[in-house]
Design a protein around this ligand. Structure first.
Ligand code: PLP
Length: 464
């Protein structure tokens, strides 16, 4: 291997490694630890010192690129859209919606500008408003919680099951009050949440269930896809997601009246389906504008042709990698619930236990793993205690809708403690979905790099 530094940087800025390491594209997650220059090894060698200590890395090849774009197959519809001059929503957007509904097994689909706004539209059309409480898991992306605040509602955090990374169903009921109106289970990291236990709790308490499936394209529980198990499901097609359009999202549901309202809402509140008035009466409900463009739909249609196959490959590689690394002491990969028949693996997560690595802190483990040529990240930091909450509580709207006691931030923090999540956020390590589109040998590189660090953790710990 003898890529010059410039050649390495050039290639990787054009491929997945570069893409994955570019914080702007990864805006959805925590920026991955940058690969330090040591990865560009010039001395090939077998058993070597850790790359973080100047040895040669396990791997210096780039990882599969993301997003994938094949000009030969993908550009026909895109050019058609662009050359037609019909750029606002028309037939291609409708075609994409029909195909996405069919793919996930939902009656209806509405595309919108992004996943965040899919959640906003869903909450709005299920009538979630100021004073309402909405249950959310603590281990998620801000895109789950911002929509709750956009409604003027109060996010209530539910702690996680650390081995699955998902909302803990056993902790839901204690968080329900007479003000609770909805629950947003998030299939976080693309691993299905425990819907089999969550749905009966939601039904018992008459809660609306909006699934945040923004990371979980084509994941399944008992052969039924996530997003179709609650009252509505929301998807994201942001650049990093398993179906990448750049920016886009979708709502799926079997509820016609709800979907008609969502359509109307995404088009200023103008008449649609059962949202109808006397001809000429004009705009009917409070709406906004969330419409997709034809060229975005063309990109989505191209990506959709590969999603099923890619999902199968991610499942195969994840199972293979999991079986290998769970043998390494201190590495605890995710657990899937028994009724999960397929996961999406937007990320491949495991928990890292420093005790088994001679006390090596996770941050140093992440750096060492990156240095071996394996890009990785520590993932989320706790969302239940970030400044956006106190900022919202200070707003004029919130001060009109809630009592002083309800907006007491210290009291809120106290009531929303999620100790299991705090711990999980300290322990998690993520690998990106596009790495799972590689070969078995690529998975071996990951396992070998972790093994190598495990074997030499002491040396790293002694450094400085
Ligand atoms: C990406 C994401 C969102 C928001 O989707 P955007 O398309 O980026 O707005 C919401 N929730 C989760 C869990 C996500 O990963």
């Amino acid at each position: 291997m003898s890529l010059s530094r410039r050649e390495f940087l050039r290639r990787n800025s054009l491929t997945g490694l570069g893409a994955m390491l570019t914080p702007t594209l990864l805006a959805e997650t925590t920026p991955l630890t940058m690969v330090p220059p040591q990865i560009i090894a010039v001395i090939p060698s077998q058993t070597t010192p850790l790359a973080a200590l100047g040895g040669s890395p396990i791997r210096s090849k780039p990882w599969p690129a993301w997003p994938i774009w094949n000009p030969e197959t993908d550009e026909k519809r895109l050019l058609e859209a662009i050359r037609s001059g019909v750029w606002s929503r028309a037939a291609m957007v409708t075609e994409f919606e029909e195909k996405w509904a069919a793919t996930v097994g939902a009656k209806r689909c509405l595309s919108v500008v992004n996943g965040t706004n899919a959640l906003i539209a869903s909450l709005a059309q299920f009538g979630i408003q100021g004073g309402d409480e909405v249950l959310v898991p603590a281990y998620t992306f801000i895109g789950t919680v911002a929509p709750v605040l956009a409604m003027g509602a109060m996010p209530i955090f539910v702690d996680v099951e650390p081995d699955t990374f998902q909302m803990d169903p056993a902790k839901i009921e204690a968080r329900i009050t007479p003000r609770t109106k909805a629950i947003i289970p998030v299939h976080i990291l693309g691993l299905p949440s425990d819907m089999t236990r969550i749905m009966p709790i939601a039904r018992k308490h008459n809660l609306i269930v909006i699934e945040d499936a923004c990371q979980a394209h084509m994941a399944e529980i008992n052969h039924k896809q996530v997003g179709t198990l609650g009252d509505a499901g929301c998807f994201s097609f942001q650049n990093s997601k398993n179906l990448a359009i750049g920016e886009a999202g979708a709502i799926v549901s079997d509820n016609d009246a709800f979907m008609d309202r969502c359509f109307s809402y995404h088009n200023y509140g103008n008449p649609y389906g059962t949202v109808s008035g006397i001809i000429g009466i004009g705009t009917l409900i409070q709406g906004t504008k969330l419409r997709l463009t034809e060229y975005q739909a063309a990109i989505g249609l191209a990506q959709l042709t590969r999603l099923d196959q890619q999902t199968t490959l991610r499942n195969e590689n994840a199972a293979y990698l999991k079986a290998k690394i769970e043998k390494i002491p201190g590495i605890l990969p995710y657990r899937l619930y028994d009724d999960v028949t397929r996961a999406a693996y937007h990320l491949f997560p495991f928990r890292y236990q420093p005790e088994a690595f001679k006390g090596l802190p996770r941050e140093q483990f992440l750096k060492a793993l990156s240095a071996e040529g394996i890009p990785c990240s520590g993932g989320y930091t706790p969302l239940n205690k970030m400044p956006y909450l106190s900022d919202t509580f200070k707003s004029k709207n919130y001060r009109k809708m809630y009592s002083r006691k309800q907006l007491n931030y210290d009291r809120y923090l106290e009531n929303n403690q999620c100790p299991a999540n705090d711990q999980l956020c300290q322990e998690a390590v993520w690998l990106s979905q596009s790495m799972l589109l590689g070969s078995r040998a690529d998975m071996d590189d990951i396992a070998n790099a972790i093994e190598k660090i495990h074997g030499q953790a002491e040396q790293l710990g002694l450094k400085k």
